[in-house]
Write a protein that binds this ligand. Structure first.
Ligand SMILES: Cc1ncc(COP(=O)(O)O)c(C=O)c1O
Length: 398
C-alpha cells in the first residue's frame, strides 16, 4: 500500500531525536535528554487518596460520564485562583479553558489562528514540539533574536512589520531549551508592542513555579490590556505529566474558539484528571509539594553545574538557570552536536542537540541538558563521560 499522506506531514518526520530516544531504554545509559520531573517528586500518595475518594463517594458518575469541553466549573474556579500566582487578575470562567496538557493549548491556538503560510514568531531557539506543531499547520516560523533580557524588542518589531505574524509564541520563564527568564521590562514591552500591531501572544508557562533562586516575575499576560495574550500553564512539571492537565487563559472570544477546536479533538479533558487536580488544589497540596521537591531539583542542578565546571572542555559555556529543568550550553569551537549525539550514546550518555530548537535548524554547536531526572551520582558520571567525549572531539578539530 502506498499511503497518500497529507502535505502537512511532509515536514513532520521527527527524525532528529527519534534515534536517540529509542536508545534511551538501555538501562546503562544516563539520559539528560528528556524533560521529565523526578519520579520521586510525583505525589503518588495524595493522588491515590483523592482518586479513591472520587470513585467511592457519589462522584463516580461525574468521573465516568461525559463532561463539558470547557472543563468542570469547580476546577476552573480553582484555576482562576491559581493563575493569580502569575499576576493574572480579573478573569472569569469565560476566560478559562481546561486543556489536556500545555501542548494541547499550543495546538488549539494554531488550529484557530493559522492558515497555511501564516507567520508565527518564536524566540530563537524555542520549544521543539511547538515548532513541530506550527509545522503541522504549515506555518512560516520566524525566529526572533533573544538576549539575556528576553526578546530583542527591535528585532521583534522588525519581524512583526516584515511578516505580519498571527502570533508570537514564547516560553517567558525558565525557557525550554535555554532556561532563561525574560525581565519584567521585557515582558511589558512585548505586551505593548504586540498590542500596538494587533499580534497575538501565546505565553507558555509550564516552569515558573520551579524556581530555585532569584525573584518572582509576573507573566506577560498580567500586562495584557488589549486581550491579545493567551496564557498557558500546565500541571505536568509541578504535579504529574501523566494526568495531562493544563489551562488556557485568554479573551473570552478566543477561549470560545479554542473550545470549539477542542471539541473535535478530545471532547473534554479526562474527568478523573480534572477532579484529581481540582481536589489537589482545594486541599492545598500543590505548593507544599513544590516546596518539598525544590531542594531535590536545586541539588541536581547544582550537581550538574559542578560537574560541567569540572569535566567539560573550557570551550563550553552555559546558562546557569534560576529554575526549570534545563541547562543550555554551547561550544566556542567547530563542534557539531547533532553529528555527535549518536557518539555520546556509545559513551552511555544522552543529550539533545541544540539544532532541533531552531526554526531554521541553522545552529549546530549547542546542547540541552536536563538535570531533573537523574540522581546526583549519575549526573556526575554522565557529565564526566560527555566531557571526555567532547574534549576528544575538540582535540581533533584544533
Ligand atoms: C515549553 C513547554 N511547553 C509545553 C510543554 C508540554 O507539556 P504538557 O503538554 O505535558 O503540559 C512542555 C513539555 O516539556 C514544554 O517544555
Amino acid at each position: 500500500m502506498e499511503y497518500r499522506y497529507s502535505e502537512r506531514m511532509a515536514k513532520m518526520n521527527g527524525a532528529a531525536t527519534r534515534e536517540i530516544l529509542k536508545l534511551l531504554t538501555r538501562p546503562e545509559i544516563i539520559s539528560f535528554a528528556g524533560g521529565f520531573p523526578a519520579t520521586q517528586c510525583l505525589p503518588q500518595k495524595e493522588v491515590q487518596e483523592i482518586a479513591q475518594e472520587l470513585l467511592s463517594e457519589g462522584r463516580a458518575t461525574a468521573v465516568l460520564q461525559y463532561g463539558t469541553t470547557e472543563g468542570f466549573s469547580e476546577l476552573r474556579e480553582e484555576l482562576i485562583k491559581y493563575v493569580k500566582t502569575a499576576g493574572i487578575e480579573n478573569i472569569g470562567l469565560e476566560n478559562t479553558l481546561v486543556i489536556s496538557g500545555g501542548q494541547q493549548g499550543i495546538d488549539l491556538m494554531s488550529k484557530i489562528f493559522l492558515d497555511k503560510g501564516d507567520a508565527v514568531l518564536v524566540e530563537n531557539p524555542t520549544y521543539l514540539t511547538a515548532l513541530q506543531i506550527f509545522d503541522s499547520y504549515q506555518a512560516n516560523i520566524v525566529g526572533v533574536d533573544a538576549d539575556e533580557n528576553g526578546l530583542v524588542i527591535e528585532d521583534l518589531e522588525k519581524k512583526i512589520k516584515e511578516h505580519h505574524p498571527k502570533f508570537l509564541y514564547c516560553v517567558s520563564t525558565f525557557s525550554n531549551p535555554t532556561g532563561k527568564t525574560y525581565t519584567v521590562e521585557n515582558r511589558k514591552a512585548i505586551a505593548e508592542i504586540t498590542a500596538k500591531y494587533g499580534v497575538m501572544v501565546l505565553e507558555d508557562d509550564p516552569y515558573s513555579k520551579l524556581r530555585f533562586e532569584g525573584k518572582w516575575v509576573p507573566s506577560i499576560k498580567s500586562f495584557d490590556k488589549a486581550g491579545n495574550v493567551v496564557y498557558l500553564t500546565s500541571f505536568s512539571k509541578v504535579l504529574s505529566p501523566g494526568l495531562r492537565m493544563g489551562v488556557a487563559i485568554g479573551d473570552k472570544e478566543v477561549i470560545r474558539k479554542m473550545t470549539i477546536g477542542k471539541q473535535g479533538v478530545d471532547v473534554t479533558t479526562s474527568n478523573l484528571s480534572q477532579l484529581i487536580v481540582c481536589e489537589y488544589l482545594k486541599r492545598g497540596y500543590l505548593f507544599p509539594n513544590i516546596e518539598k521537591n525544590m531542594p531535590i531539583y536545586r541539588e541536581r542542578k547544582n550537581a550538574m553545574i559542578r560537574a560541567i565546571k569540572e569535566y567539560m572542555p573550557e570551550e563550553f559555556s552555559f546558562i546557569n538557570a534560576e529554575g526549570g529543568l534545563f541547562i543550555w550550553g554551547g561550544f566556542n569551537a567547530p563542534i557539531d552536536t547533532t553529528k555527535l549525539a549518536p557518539e555520546a550514546i556509545k559513551y552511555d550518555v544522552a543529550y539533545i542537540q541544540g539544532q532541533v530548537f531552531y526554526p531554521k535548524a541553522d545552529v549546530v554547536n549547542m546542547i540541552r541538558l536536563n538535570f531533573s531526572n537523574a540522581p546526583v551520582d549519575k549526573i556526575d558520571a554522565g557529565i564526566h563521560r560527555l566531557g571526555d567525549m567532547f574534549k576528544k572531539e575538540i582535540a581533533k578539530v584544533k
